[in-house]
Design a protein around this ligand. Structure first.
Ligand SMILES: [Zn+2]
Length: 51
């Protein structure tokens, strides 16, 4: 299984960044901006969303 490039969102400082997500090797992620570990995969963006 290859790692996929995935968009991540820091819940602490709202920084978005792209990183590699490997489902076979889940690891704790740290925000490169604020060093918080409150990083989640960003929700997929819907085309035509009003908000
Ligand atoms: Zn952050």
């Amino acid at each position: 299984m290859a790692a996929k490039e995935t968009l991540f969102l820091c819940l602490n400082c709202k920084h978005e960044y792209t990183g590699m997500f490997d489902p076979d090797h889940i690891q704790e992620r740290t925000c490169p901006e604020c060093r918080s570990n409150s990083v989640r995969k960003a929700p997929p963006r819907k085309a035509g969303a009003s908000k």
